[in-house]
Design a protein around this ligand. Structure first.
Ligand SMILES: Cc1ncc(COP(=O)(O)O)c(C=O)c1O
Length: 401
């Protein structure tokens, strides 16, 4: 039976899908059931960062499949232990610890729970438990009740009210608005170093530095949500390394296993031993096959690869700037590495559709913003192809005005 028909009949209609059914994907390309080839500049929302079906990742998955799929977190499993070690040592160093989950929302839930526990153990000056977490307007932290409540966008709150209590929202890149929200109940600040779903907006370096100082001064945990911007996409393994600002806790998911579900909460020494037996858990969290895939991903995140990410981003952004000069409807190009947003002075939907028709997959997280998240394996030829289509789309749009 037809995939689209089956989907529409039996899957809950929570996603507005583009009109393609994928049969196969490899590297930066995918092919539909009716044989059309597409160049993928979206990577499944920054999941398949090493390209679809990366050969080393697939080999690691196959090797683990021959051993075991699942054991339970009640027993030891080498891929988990090795992955936790790699994540800890590549981020904070010895003394850091990791909790493994299945997704970005779950990783963030873990971080939120850690913050709440921190506030129980480290009380306010008047000896009261602390529980309030400052997040940011326009942020996105996931689809569970707590992570949606943490998300600073009203459109997501509408269907879930009443929200999980004690999240307050500051203005992104505005340190005074954070200061105003701090009180004796505050325990943490949670932020995306680069707001993605919120419209591709990078945090300012000074702002994150001031935020770090503010957290230190008030004994607040600084939590970075790197679910979309982490794992090499900025040209550094973790986005905070790009800023030179260390959080106390950060979360990863999406591309960590290049296509298998996995999330991670990575904690520096201060909170590494905060969770004790029974405080948190997940049956599937840190699935050994996903961990084996993630280890294969991390092995490939070499300085050489990360340099290539930056070089490819520079070339792409240079070409985008040429388009901006030609088409004034392109308002702004915002990027760190291959995390790229283009703000238009009109709705981006038509451009996304035009590109799809011409065989290029891009996306729009906000009404007037285009999002480009190409896999790291794209070539100069792929970028030229994308720029040509985008140019044609802008030309077509301009002639309509
Ligand atoms: C910054 C950020 N945090 C959390 C999430 C939620 O991740 P997941 O969909 O894996 O639960 C997303 C997903 O888009 C995200 O972009």
């Amino acid at each position: 039976m037809d995939t689209k028909k089956l989907t529409n009949e039996y899957l809950m209609q929570t996603y507005k899908k583009s009109d393609i059914a994928v049969r196969k994907a490899k590297g930066q390309y995918l092919w539909t059931e009716n044989g059309k080839k597409y160049t993928d500049f979206f990577s499944g929302i920054s999941v398949c960062n090493l390209g679809h079906c990366d050969k080393t990742v697939i080999a690691a998955i196959k090797k683990q499949l021959d051993c075991f799929l699942h054991i339970s977190n009640l027993y030891y499993a080498k891929p988990q232990a090795e992955l936790a070690k790699e994540l800890a040592l590549k981020s904070f160093g010895k003394g850091a610890k990791v909790f493994l989950a299945n997704s970005g929302a779950e990783a963030n839930e873990g971080a939120i729970k850690m913050a709440r526990k921190y506030g129980k153990v480290n009380k306010s000056k008047s000896n009261k438990e602390r529980f309030e977490i400052i997040t940011f307007k326009n942020s996105f932290h996931g689809r569970t009740l707590a992570t949606l409540s943490a998300t600073g966008q009203e459109k997501f709150h509408k269907i879930i009210t009443p929200l999980v209590d004690k999240f307050v929202y500051a203005d992104f890149n505005d340190i005074d608005s954070v200061k105003k929200l701090i009180n004796s109940n505050t325990v943490a600040v949670m932020i995306e170093p680069f707001q993605c779903e919120g419209g591709m907006i990078p945090a300012k370096k000074d702002f994150l530095k001031q935020l770090r100082q503010l957290c230190d001064k008030n004994d607040l945990l600084l939590i970075f949500d790197e679910v979309q911007c982490g794992m090499g996409r900025t040209g550094k393994l973790f986005a905070w390394q790009h800023y030179g600002v260390k959080p106390d806790i950060f979360t990863l998911a999406k591309s960590i296993a290049n296509g298998l579900p996995l999330g991670a909460v990575i904690s520096d020494k201060k909170t590494a031993n905060l969770f004790v037996f029974g405080d948190h858990g997940s049956t599937f969290g840190g699935n050994p096959v996903a961990c084996a895939a993630a280890l294969a991903v991390l092995k490939q995140m070499t300085p050489k690869l990360l340099k290539e990410v930056s070089a490819k981003a520079d070339y792409f952004v240079k070409k985008l700037n040429e388009l901006k000069k030609k088409y004034p409807s392109v308002k702004e190009i915002r990027n760190i590495g291959l995390l790229i947003g283009v703000e238009l002075d009109f709705t981006a939907k038509d451009i996304v559709e035009f590109c799809l028709n011409k065989g290029l997959i891009i996306n729009s997280p906000k009404e007037n913003v285009l999002r480009f998240l190409p896999p790291f394996v794209i070539t100069k030829k792929d970028i030229d192809f994308a720029i040509k289509i985008l140019g044609d789309a802008l030309k077509c749009q301009t002639s309509k005005k």
